[in-house]
Design a protein around this ligand. Structure first.
Ligand code: C2E
Ligand code: MG
Ligand code: MG
Ligand code: MG
Length: 293
């Protein structure tokens, strides 16, 4: 059988030029094997989120990394859809939730206090057991739900807006915070933005990318930010890579930034060092300011 033949193939074999399907199959086998290996090929990295009003790191976003011994690092947009299709995402999703919660606990024990943002995939969002899985993850790790922020994408939220509203309400009743990820702007989405129970809106990188050059992108970011502000929501601009982009976002009133300019996604120990170095400085500055006449 073709599948058996593929399974026996070394994974480093050059991609067959003929079709993407074979590569997908290869990834599929490698993913199944990786899950049997008890998640050893997976790890989380954490990207800091900085609050513009006081330059403090207020949170991190947990991002999954899959490193196969032969294929190497496979980007999440490449393998998450495959796991969704295969129905494997819930197992990985639960591992991500539990790992992120345990990491948060470990940081808290070290005096590092952060909000932990965790991405939920579309299938995970639809899983009826998710509320229980979430509750177990925070309980077992010994963290409070209010320190966890669940990210769902705008497109997933819009698939069934009424169902989304109910789902988000129940998570908020459990104490979790909610962010809407990759927020762009469809006219229909603005109406729902007002109705979804949210804490944070993450402005999609696409709008940040051209914010310096494009007056229309600036206008969109401004409109979303003004609305978020009036609703008491935090705004996070994603993918901030240059100081000029940050300056524009700051002037518009976006509350937080996340991007390579401030900090790339990093391993937990690296993030702790980054946090202590950065927050140490801002704390010293804060103390100096208080002592000044
Ligand atoms: P996302 O949730 O919107 O995550 C932000 C992505 O933007 C991350 O890519 C991050 O590394 C990247 N990024 C951050 N700052 C910059 C920047 O300044 N410039 C550029 N060019 N990129 C930046 P990553 O880690 O490759 O993840 C891509 C997507 O995969 C995520 O988009 C999310 O949709 C999904 N994903 C990642 N980790 C997880 C996870 O643990 N669970 C689920 N369900 N999905 C995940
Ligand atoms: Mg995200
Ligand atoms: Mg995003
Ligand atoms: Mg994005």
């Amino acid at each position: 059988r073709q599948l058996a033949r593929l399974q026996g193939m070394p994974l480093s074999v050059a991609r067959p030029a003929s079709s993407d399907t074979v590569t997908e199959l290869k990834l599929e086998f490698a993913l199944r094997a990786a899950l049997e290996e008890d998640f050893r090929q997976f790890h989380l990295v954490y990207q800091p989120q900085m609050q513009l009003s006081d330059n403090r790191i207020v949170g991190v976003e947990a991002l999954i990394r899959w490193e196969h011994p032969e294929i190497g690092l496979v980007p999440p947009p490449r393998f998450i859809p495959i796991m969704e299709e295969l129905g494997l995402i819930n197992a990985l999703g639960e591992w991500i939730l539990r790992s992120a919660c345990r990491q948060l606990r470990a940081w808290q024990d070290a005096g590092i206090f952060l909000q932990m943002s965790i991405n939920l995939s579309p299938r995970q969002f639809q899983d009826s057991r998710l509320s229980e899985i979430l509750a177990a993850a925070v309980r077992d790790a010994g963290v409070q739900p209010r320190h966890i922020k669940l990210e769902i994408t705008e497109s997933v939220a819009m698939q069934d807006p009424q169902g989304t509203i109910e789902q988000l309400r129940s998570w908020r009743a459990q104490g979790f915070q909610i962010a809407i990820d990759d927020f762009g702007i469809g006219y229909s989405s603005l109406e729902y933005l007002l109705r979804f129970p949210l804490d944070t809106i993450k402005i999609d990188r696409a709008f940040v990318k051209d914010i310096v050059a494009s007056p229309s992108d600036r206008a969109i970011v401004r409109a979303v930010t003004v609305m978020a502000q009036s609703m008491g929501l935090a705004t996070v601009a994603e993918g901030v890579e240059t100081q000029r982009q940050q300056d524009y976002l700051d002037a518009i009133g976006v509350t937080q930034i996340q991007g390579y300019l401030f900090g790339k996604p990093m391993r937990a120990d690296e993030l702790a060092r980054f946090y202590l170095a950065h927050q140490g400085q801002t704390t010293e500055a804060g103390v100096a300011a208080q002592l000044a006449p």
